[in-house]
Ligand binder design. Structure first.
Ligand SMILES: Cc1cc2nc3c(=O)[nH]c(=O)nc-3n(C[C@H](O)[C@H](O)[C@H](O)COP(=O)(O)OP(=O)(O)OC[C@H]3O[C@@H](n4cnc5c(N)ncnc54)[C@H](O)[C@@H]3O)c2cc1C
Ligand SMILES: *[C@@H]1O[C@H](CO)[C@@H](O)[C@H](O)[C@H]1NC(C)=O
Ligand SMILES: *[C@@H]1O[C@H](CO)[C@@H](O)[C@H](O)[C@H]1NC(C)=O
Ligand SMILES: *[C@@H]1O[C@H](CO)[C@@H](O)[C@H](O)[C@H]1NC(C)=O
Ligand SMILES: *[C@@H]1O[C@H](CO)[C@@H](O)[C@H](O)[C@H]1NC(C)=O
Ligand SMILES: *[C@@H]1O[C@H](CO)[C@@H](O)[C@H](O)[C@H]1NC(C)=O
Length: 519
């Protein structure tokens, strides 16, 4: 329903009534954009929740409860055409539009990152189809990683490289990277994208690929949320490994031994003896006794199980005694995914915890250069911060994760840094520094952000200028300055991204706190 034109009506009436109608009218305009958006979406038959409706609360819930937000509305289109109509509705009213897939953005960017967005939730677009002959999968952008792993395997014995948390959405994950333990042999999730169905800022639906809209296709693989709403991804898939080996080793070490262990892990990460069929990370947490740091080497090997132990033995033999029994499991592909997730994979399974899926946290990330090892000073400063402040902070549930991206055989770095918008190809590790509140619920403690800053600064303040680090946009950090995120997320690809943004979204329909600005 459109609001009547009160001013025209008022002109025909006496001056006093006209004045009160003008005041009334001004109020109607101030509150009116909701009504208008609502009426357009209603007319288009697209379900949407507005702030005054009971379902709005749940629909606008953020995964990171540190950052509650109030979008104008959350719309639930079921087809690419409905997504296009929702984008046009937002664009026509000057309301910024944000896509939402699995809701797992660290900075609530699926809700726009600030108040006042039209959220286009893609959970109604969940088709998954794999062509058994070509192995090409077409995947609706509302799917989550666990459901995708199950469908690809059950339909055709296929798989994709992606992260371990089954509830992460493919929309954000494949837009900004997508790292899992198969990434050293198969690449990032975005490296498996061969095409995408995209709704542009003007509501046009296009197919982007190496042949059609190649500049858009380039930008989608690393910065998609600034360029359009992907409704379907086209992926080339891989034969699922038949006998994956999951492994988990634990130590709890005092400061001096933890410093040596991290240095050893770095040497191991650089070792040419590590084949691309293995992926792993070193996780660091609060240790068993005060001042200690817990270390956990976790990962998976996708070659023949009998070849696994010789790969990790040099590292394990050089490390101190483990604090608990190691865990090593040779399983099927889907059981391997479950071991990595620590839960079932299906998002529809209540035990996966979709309804209680949340955290209250802050995170920073660093991609470390392949040509310069982290200095012993930096390792010592980082370990000292964990050993001292890690025991003192009220953000008790913290971890530091050193994920192996590089090593001489890694597929991630065989792709040139300018072949896609994802620039940080030549990295040894992607590190995340993550700290949650004590019970994963608000409020977030005041010393949480300074604690995370301290972890990050321990490394960056103790490195020479030659240490050219970046950051990972899937671990998005809303507190980076614009100079920082331009450089750390996009580096030498930033200027080209701005040119492409100018072509496809000149008025900034897809604008959010760290979106690529048009020229
Ligand atoms: C518990 C947890 C575990 C994680 N594990 C890993 C891991 O193992 N490896 C890893 O690499 N990352 C991991 N991540 C990070 C994860 O990849 C990012 O948070 C990712 O961006 C989340 O995507 P989403 O679709 O769930 O989020 P959303 O909040 O829905 O979206 C994230 C961003 O992408 C945009 N977007 C979403 N869908 C689309 C679309 N269809 N078209 C255009 N833009 C879109 C949104 O607007 C937003 O800016 C993890 C995150 C969490 C919370
Ligand atoms: C909240 O939203 C989720 C995701 O859309 C949905 O699965 C769930 O049923 C909703 N819960 C309630 C209580 O409405
Ligand atoms: C790692 O390698 C460097 C350079 O070869 C060496 O100086 C250092 O001692 C090694 N670290 C450990 C813990 O073995
Ligand atoms: C994995 O292996 C450990 C021993 O290494 C064993 O205790 C555990 O039950 C196994 N889990 C599964 C799911 O096979
Ligand atoms: C521990 O934290 C408190 C506040 O949380 C701070 O006042 C104090 O200085 C810290 N102590 C150390 C040793 O860092
Ligand atoms: C929408 O934008 C695209 C990309 O700039 C352009 O090719 C297309 O012609 C536009 N469509 C309309 C209807 O303006």
């Amino acid at each position: 329903m459109k609001p009547p034109n009160l001013l025209t009506m008022a002109n025909k009436l006496n001056p006093l009534l006209a004045l009160s109608l003008i005041i009334l009218c001004a109020a109607a305009i101030a509150a009116g954009s909701d009504l208008t958006l609502q009426s357009i979406l209603d007319d288009d038959g697209i379900a949407a929740y507005f702030a005054d409706q009971p379902d709005y609360q749940n629909a606008s819930r953020s995964f990171n409860l540190r950052l509650p937000l109030q979008p104008v509305a959350v719309a639930y289109p079921n087809t690419p055409e409905e997504v296009a109509r929702a984008v046009k509705a937002g664009a026509s009213l000057g309301i910024p539009v944000s896509a939402r897939s699995g809701r797992h953005s660290y900075a609530a960017y699926g809700l726009g990152g600030v108040n006042g967005h039209l959220v286009v939730d893609l959970s109604g677009i969940k088709d998954i189809h794999v062509d058994k002959v070509t192995g090409i999968a077409v995947i609706g952008a509302g799917n989550r990683l666990g459901d995708i792993a199950i469908a690809l395997f059950n339909q055709a014995g296929r798989a994709l490289p992606h992260g371990t948390c089954p509830l992460v959405g493919i929309g954000g994950h494949a837009s900004y990277g997508g790292y899992g333990f198969t990434s050293r042999q198969w690449g990032l999730t975005l490296d498996a994208v061969i095409g995408a169905t995209v709704v542009l800022a003007n509501g046009t639906i296009v197919e982007a690929s190496a042949l059609q809209y190649p500049d858009l296709f380039w930008a989608l693989r690393g910065a998609a949320p600034s360029f359009g709403i992907i409704t379907h991804f086209h992926f080339h898939t891989f034969a699922a490994p038949t006998q994956p080996t999951f492994f988990n080793y634990f130590w709890s070490l005092p400061l001096d031994q933890a410093v040596s262990a991290i240095s050893l892990y770095q040497n191991f990460s650089f070792s040419p003896a590590i084949p691309k069929e293995i992926g792993f990370e070193l996780n660091l947490f609060t240790g068993t006794n005060e001042g200690e740091i817990k270390l956990n080497l976790q990962g998976s090997y996708y070659g023949s199980p009998e070849n696994f132990e010789p790969i990790v033995e040099p590292f394990l033999n050089a490390m101190p005694d483990q604090s608990t029994e190691p865990q090593v499991n040779v399983t099927s592909w889907l059981e391997n995914q479950e071991l990595l997730a620590g839960t079932t994979l299906a998002s529809t399974d209540p035990s996966t915890g979709l309804a209680v899926d949340h955290d209250t946290f802050y995170t920073k990330s660093l991609t470390t250069p392949l040509d310069t090892p982290m200095s012993l000073d930096a390792i010592t400063a980082l370990a000292t911060w964990m050993s001292v402040e890690g025991w003192n902070t009220s953000a008790k549930n913290w971890f530091v994760q050193l994920e192996l991206y590089g090593g001489i055989s890694s597929q991630i770095q065989t792709v040139p840094s300018d072949a896609t918008a994802y620039v940080n190809r030549n990295s040894l590790w992607t590190i995340q520094f993550y700290a949650s509140s004590i019970d994963f619920m608000p409020p977030y403690p005041e010393d949480g952000i300074p604690f995370v800053d301290g972890l990050y600064n321990s490394v960056t303040a103790n490195e020479p200028d030659a240490y050219k680090y970046g950051a990972y946009a899937n671990y998005i950090d809303p507190l980076l300055t614009s100079e920082e995120w331009h450089r750390l997320y996009y580096g030498s690809n930033y200027d080209r991204l701005r040119q492409i943004k100018t072509k496809f979204d000149p008025t900034g329909v897809f604008t959010f706190p760290q979106s690529i600005p048009p020229l």
